[in-house]
Ligand binder design. Structure first.
Ligand code: EPU
Length: 417
């Protein structure tokens, strides 16, 4: 796997245009199976996970063209097959095919999806939600296998506010017979984007952005042109990198209010920023303050996907900060990489750590453990003194489009080898 060589200590300055959201584009691509009409998707990030999802759609007979961040999908000739391919092993989001396969073909059989090792990552919320729509679970041991004669709407309470389980049940419910109510639905901006896309195809979803979705099933969906929402997680990553290098960057192409709680933490730290309509500018701080605690939880709370990048910032903050990762029990392991650079912390249990700042970070060989921990390593390397060598950057390529080009354009010294 390729490496990044980063020479730290360079200020980031200028303008960066954020890419489309990976976690919105993945379910939306999967939802193209729900219609026979042509779909044109704009602002699709050119990243490894999107190519994996496109390969899965092509393996189902969809015609897909991906050029210049625009994906055209024609699923008119899609044919059912079991999804036992390789692609599924490296991307948890393959599970997003369950709902569309059931809705379109009345069956879905796939290997257990792999993906980032963040903890147990169970699938019960997906299965009980789809059972709520009348699907029968045939196997959950070696493979995931479900079937249905016809999905039927119902009043469904999810067992967890799971992002992809919500997306799966929504994709099933839009073509189910009758009304569905989905309670404890996840409300992340990417879930909202999927719902808005489906409505543009002719679905009837209300309550978008809340934890209760009402869906009236329709007989069929049409086609449309749709632009994927900007990636608030990538924006947060650039905001942290800018702050840490004491630079000034205008981050364009996102709704800054997708990150309200994150900006509150910037305020606590004394990092100045200003909002534009679809942008935010991070300004240099005079001195970095203290944050008592960050606690990740479902939207609109602090996003788990920004926990590792934000913790790098906490290594430079004053005093002790508490990091409480409530969603996943395997998402603090990157701290041992930061320790090699000089960070000080105490791991209290699999979900909680105490970060002791400020500490000087020094460039050393480090590794990325998952998509977001990988981004955290890049941020740490940009802030460190000396040269860092980051291995396993294939993880970073799964989630961030042109990261090194964007950083170089802002003045960073980063090379891929
Ligand atoms: N959970 C269950 N049962 C389930 C499913 C989830 O108990 O059946 C629990 C999980 O253990 C976790 C919580 O529910 O504690 C939330 O997990 P969720 O299902 O929401 O995660 P996911 O849908 O598999 C998506 C993102 C992740 C992101 C999480 C949390 C996509 C494609 N993936 O995963 O993104 O961390 O939501 O926001 O949307 C990433 O982009 O790097 C990434 C890992």
């Amino acid at each position: 796997m390729a490496k990044y060589i980063v020479q730290g200590g360079k200020k980031l300055n200028g303008i960066v245009k954020i890419s489309g959201s990976k976690n919105a584009a993945l379910p939306i691509l999967s939802a193209t199976l729900l219609t026979n009409q042509k779909i044109i998707l704009k602002n699709v990030p050119d990243i490894a996970d999107i190519h994996s999802m496109i390969a899965l759609l092509q393996s189902l007979g969809c015609e897909v063209i991906f050029e210049n961040n625009t994906v055209t999908v024609d699923a008119g000739n899609a044919k059912y097959r079991d999804i036992m391919s390789e692609g599924i092993c490296n991307m948890r989001a393959s599970i997003l095919l369950l709902g569309p396969l059931l809705a379109r073909f009345g069956k879905a059989k796939m290997s257990f999806p792999g993906g980032c090792i963040l903890g147990k990552r169970p699938v019960d919320a997906h299965l009980t939600a789809l059972e709520g729509l009348g699907a029968e679970v045939l196997d959950v041991n070696d493979v995931l296998s479900l079937k249905t004669d016809k999905l039927k709407g119902d009043d469904i309470t999810l067992s967890e506010m799971s992002v992809t389980a919500t997306e799966n049940v929504v994709m099933g419910a839009v073509l189910a017979e009758g009304e569905s109510t989905i309670r404890l639905a996840a409300a992340e901006p990417h879930v909202q984007d999927l719902c808005n896309f489906l409505n543009k195809l002719g679905a009837k979803i209300s309550g978008i952005g809340t934890h209760k979705l009402q869906i009236t099933g329709v007989k069929e969906l049409g086609g449309c042109e749709y632009s994927i929402t900007g990636d608030y997680l990538e924006a947060g990553t650039f905001a942290i990198a800018t702050a840490l290098t004491k630079g000034e960057v205008e981050i364009q192409g996102i709704d800054p209010h997708h990150l309200d709680i994150f900006w509150n933490k910037f305020k606590e730290l004394g990092i100045p920023f200003t909002f534009g309509e679809n942008s935010v500018t991070v300004h240099p701080y005079e001195s970095l303050g203290h944050v008592e605690k960050i606690r990740t939880a479902v939207y609109p709370s602090f996003p788990t996907d920004l926990q590792a990048p934000f913790t790098v910032l906490l290594t430079q903050a004053q005093g002790e900060s508490h990091v409480y990762e409530t969603l996943f029990e395997g998402r603090l392991n990157y701290l041992f990489e930061l320790e090699k650079m000089g960070a000080k912390f105490e791991i209290l249990n699999p979900h909680q750590a105490q970060i002791i700042g400020p500490t000087k970070l020094t460039g050393v060989p480090i590794s990325s453990w998952d998509i977001r921990a990988g981004a955290a390593m890049v941020i740490a390397a940009l802030a460190a003194q000396g040269t860092s060598e980051i291995s396993n950057i294939g993880f970073i390529d799964r989630g961030y489009e042109n990261l090194e080009r964007k950083l170089k354009d802002l003045g960073a010294s980063i090379e891929r080898r």
